[in-house]
Design a protein around this ligand. Structure first.
Ligand code: ADP
Ligand code: MG
Length: 312
């Protein structure tokens, strides 16, 4: 388990990471979501021991970042933002170099390399110089260098930024595969990204955590009202009877054009009233032309949380 405890990082007078706390359980895929400048990369650099915290602690199993930097680095694979690679090297030479740095023995190297390139889909490009590879393949090389020592934790900082939609889909597939065997932290400023691959999301803004939970939980905790738009053929004078039948719901008349009426119905989203509403309308022998449910998406929540937390 990884645990961030009251973690703080100052750059001079700027507090880039401001007293954050969260835990990542073994085997989880955690999405670390926030707009640019939120403090994501700084946090990840502290977890990977590239930066020392100003205050607070990071505990990984029985190790902490102050005393056990070497052990922690061995447990973690890290793909930094902008994926720094040696462009002149071939994929093979680069991975051989990384394996040496990671102190993988000559004996183990061939098998390790074979497993890694297979996992990352690099077999066809193994003898090509990295500078000749597409951005999608370069990202695979970046992931390969991160997993070559078989770490149980993998940290990917904005792994799909700058890729085209096909490349994004491929890298996401690879991330999902890796998530089956490793604990994963993926940072992103794109909501759909973390929604697509993560079990749980931590949202950060201005160095502070502003929301966290599973996608479902985040939806629940922020959204109290479901909005149902209805278009009916019904006598206007009879519309109030819906409210009598279902006192829990709030009915607003939006537009009336003869017998063609538009309604907006609001109710607490913990119960779905659509069936009751349908049955009532059927019993009245009215006609439903349209029924549309709007629930707030994580996107709304993300926008709310990162724009100063204004709720409706
Ligand atoms: P994110 O990865 O979420 O975009 P960063 O962690 O890179 O955010 O940056 C958080 C804040 O810290 C930003 O305001 C950024 O300008 C600042 N920052 C990042 N790195 C440095 C640094 N080396 N020196 C000074 N300020 C920095
Ligand atoms: Mg960053």
């Amino acid at each position: 388990m990884i645990e961030l405890q009251n973690l703080i990082k100052d750059y001079g007078s700027l507090r880039a990471v401001d007293t954050i706390n969260f835990k990542i359980n073994e085997g989880e895929i955690l999405g670390f979501l926030g707009p640019n400048g939120a403090g994501k990369s700084t946090t990840l650099k502290m977890i990977t021991c590239y930066l020392t915290p100003t205050d607070g602690n990071i505990q990984i199993d029985n190790y902490n970042v102050y005393e056990h930097s070497k052990e922690i680095r061995n447990m973690i694979g890290y793909l930094p933002e902008h994926n720094p690679l040696y462009l002149e090297m071939t994929v093979y030479d680069y991975l051989k170099f990384v394996a040496e740095v990671r102190q993988i023995s000559e004996n183990d190297f061939n098998k390790t390399l074979r497993d890694t390139i297979k996992k990352c889909g690099l077999t066809e490009v193994i003898s090509r110089p990295i500078k000749n590879l597409s951005k999608g393949y370069r990202q695979r090389v970046g992931i390969a260098q991160a997993i070559i020592h078989n770490p149980k934790i993998l940290i990917l900082d904005e792994p799909t930024t700058g890729l085209d939609p096909n490349q994004i889909a491929e890298i996401r597939e690879l991330i999902k595969e890796l998530g089956k065997e490793k604990t994963l932290i993926i940072s992103s400023h794109i909501l759909q990204e973390v929604q697509a691959v993560c079990d749980r999301i931590v949202i950060i803004n201005n160095g502070k955590i502003v929301g966290q939970g599973t996608t479902e939980e985040l939806k629940m905790s922020n959204q109290r009202i479901a909005k149902l738009n209805l278009e009916l053929i019904a006598p206007e004078t009879e519309l109030y009877t819906i409210k009598e039948y279902l006192p829990q719901i709030d009915v607003k008349t939006i537009k009336v054009n003869g017998e063609n009426v538009k309604l907006e119905i609001n109710y607490p989203q913990d119960k779905d009233y659509r069936k009751d509403i349908f049955n009532f309308i059927k019993q009245k022998d009215w006609t439903i032309l349209e029924m549309q449910l709007h629930t707030s998406t994580l996107e709304d929540i993300f926008r709310n949380l990162t724009s100063g937390g204004k709720n409706e």
